[in-house]
Write a protein that binds this ligand. Sequence first.
Ligand SMILES: C[S@@+](CC[C@H](N)C(=O)[O-])C[C@H]1O[C@@H](n2cnc3c(N)ncnc32)[C@H](O)[C@@H]1O
Length: 257
Amino acid sequence: MRQDWNPETYAKFRGFRIRPAMDLLAQVGAVPKGDVVDLGCGNGAVGAALLHRFSGRNLIGIDTSPAMLTTAGQTGAYSSLIEVDASLWAPQTPPALIFSNAMCHWLPDHESLFSRLVLMLAKGGVLAVQMPRQFMAPSHQALRDVAQNLFADRFDFTDWCAPVAPPQSYARMLDPLGEVSVWETEYIQRLAPVDTGHPVRHFTQSTALRPFAEKLNEVELECFITAFDAALSGHYSPEKDGSVLFPFKRVFFTLTA
Ligand SMILES: C[S@@+](CC[C@H](N)C(=O)[O-])C[C@H]1O[C@@H](n2cnc3c(N)ncnc32)[C@H](O)[C@@H]1O
């Protein structure tokens, strides 16, 4: 059964998750008239900042998660919130800005996705995107290894491809569509010690671990988590104070149509 996102668990690492969104927003220049769209708005963590920057505009939040949308509604930042898959969504009027922080990596075929989004924009409008590019890191490799070792009947990564390409690929892919700026940042996140398990597992629990948890029952999930914690201990050892340094790569771009 598909489980909904959990806004509380997601918000536990708000500081680490909001920083890339602010870094992306800082690179968005002037935009033409039109609405601002927060594509994959989640719990509305970026809503206030978008509204502050583009005050007086309609801010429209798009997401598939009812729980996240309810929390986003409580921020009071959004003019409207729409429960729809971003790959199916189409705006009623051409937006000035489509801002998407940490969502597009859940969608396939980035070439079609981004050209479709760019075509929706008002003339001179901006598409601004940030995606984690952590899929080859030990944390995410461990998710796949543990899943395949313990539950080979449900997990097979033989033909698996990372959902986010290197930044150079986006620079080439997006160049024909407008004025593009692409960059990558590796954040060295110091995760606080936790009472049980590994800090990196707690960080991934509300995001990267979700698709794995969805295929497991409660007992299986407990086995999975024990093995995942053990694998993470081999890759990310604690500092003297018990915290863990967790490097995390994110790719960004802004595209002006
Ligand atoms: C990691 S959260 C990011 C939320 C927010 N942008 C932020 O910066 O905090 C990812 C969000 O993308 C949403 N999402 C995932 N796939 C989606 C899709 N196909 N269409 C719309 N939203 C989607 C999830 O429901 C979740 O709220």
